[in-house]
Design a protein around this ligand. Sequence first.
Ligand SMILES: [Zn+2]
Ligand SMILES: [Zn+2]
Length: 80
Amino acid sequence: MCKNTITIYVPNGYGMKRVESKCGNTGAYGEILLYANCEEKYVKQYPQGWRDVPGDICKHGNYVGNSYCPDHICGQCEDE
Ligand SMILES: [Zn+2]
Ligand SMILES: [Zn+2]
């Protein structure tokens, strides 16, 4: 995460409201907001992608908890 802010649009009444959010914050839909540079970095670090936060899906595609700790593993990871 960095100090960059991201402009996002959140539902506001019948319209959308423009807000600035810090990189790494959670957005209106529970998604993690990442500045473009950070997202690029995490995509390289976690080629398997993620659901909520970078690293929460192991290389088998299993969701392994939304911790930033890369030690979270699934049963298949354990067997390796
Ligand atoms: Zn960032
Ligand atoms: Zn695994």
